[in-house]
Write a protein of this length. Structure first.
Length: 155
C-alpha cells in the first residue's frame, strides 16, 4: 500500500508539473505579447510627442505671423486715417478755392454789367472776350495763391 501511495503521489506531482509547465508557457506567451504591445505603445507615444512638438512650433509660428499681421494692419489703418484727414483738408481747401473763383467770376460779371464800355468803343464780342480774359486771369491768380498756401501747410 505504501508503494501505491508513492506511485499515486508521483503521478500527482507529475500532473502538477505538467500543469505548471503549461501555465508557464501560457504566461510566457502573454508576457511576450505585452512586451510587443509595450514596444508599440512606446513607438506610438514617441510619435505623439513628436507631433505635439511640431504642433507647438506651428502654433508659435502662427502667433508670430498673427502679431506681424496685426502690426501691419495697424500701420495701414493709421496711414489710411492720416491720408483720409489730409484728403479731407485738401477737399476743404479745394472747396474754398472754388468758392473764391465763383466770387471772382460773379464780381467780374457784375463789374462788366455795371460798367459797360462806351458805345462804339468795342464790339460786344471783344468786350466779352476781354472780360472773360480778366476773369480767367483773376481766377488763375487766386488758384496760384491757394496752391502756395496748401503747399506751405503741407511742408
Amino acid at each position: 500500500m505504501n508503494g501505491i501511495v508513492v506511485v499515486a503521489a508521483d503521478i500527482l506531482v507529475g500532473i502538477l508539473l505538467v500543469a505548471t509547465i503549461i501555465s508557464s508557457v501560457k504566461l510566457s506567451r502573454r508576457i511576450t505579447r505585452l512586451k510587443a504591445d509595450e514596444s508599440a505603445m512606446r513607438a506610438t507615444i514617441g510619435e505623439l510627442v513628436a507631433a505635439t512638438d511640431a504642433a507647438e512650433r506651428a502654433v508659435a509660428g502662427l502667433r508670430t505671423t498673427l502679431a506681424e499681421c496685426d502690426r501691419d494692419l495697424s500701420d495701414r489703418i493709421d496711414l489710411a486715417q492720416r491720408q483720409s484727414l489730409e484728403l479731407g483738408r485738401a477737399m476743404e481747401a479745394g472747396e474754398r478755392v472754388v468758392g473764391r473763383i465763383e466770387r471772382v467770376f460773379d464780381a467780374t460779371r457784375r463789374a462788366l454789367h455795371a460798367n459797360p464800355p462806351p458805345a462804339g468803343s468795342q464790339p460786344d464780342e471783344a468786350r466779352a472776350s476781354s472780360g472773360l480774359q480778366a476773369a480767367i486771369a483773376a481766377a488763375q491768380a487766386v488758384a496760384d495763391r491757394s496752391a502756395r498756401r496748401v503747399e506751405s501747410r503741407a511742408a
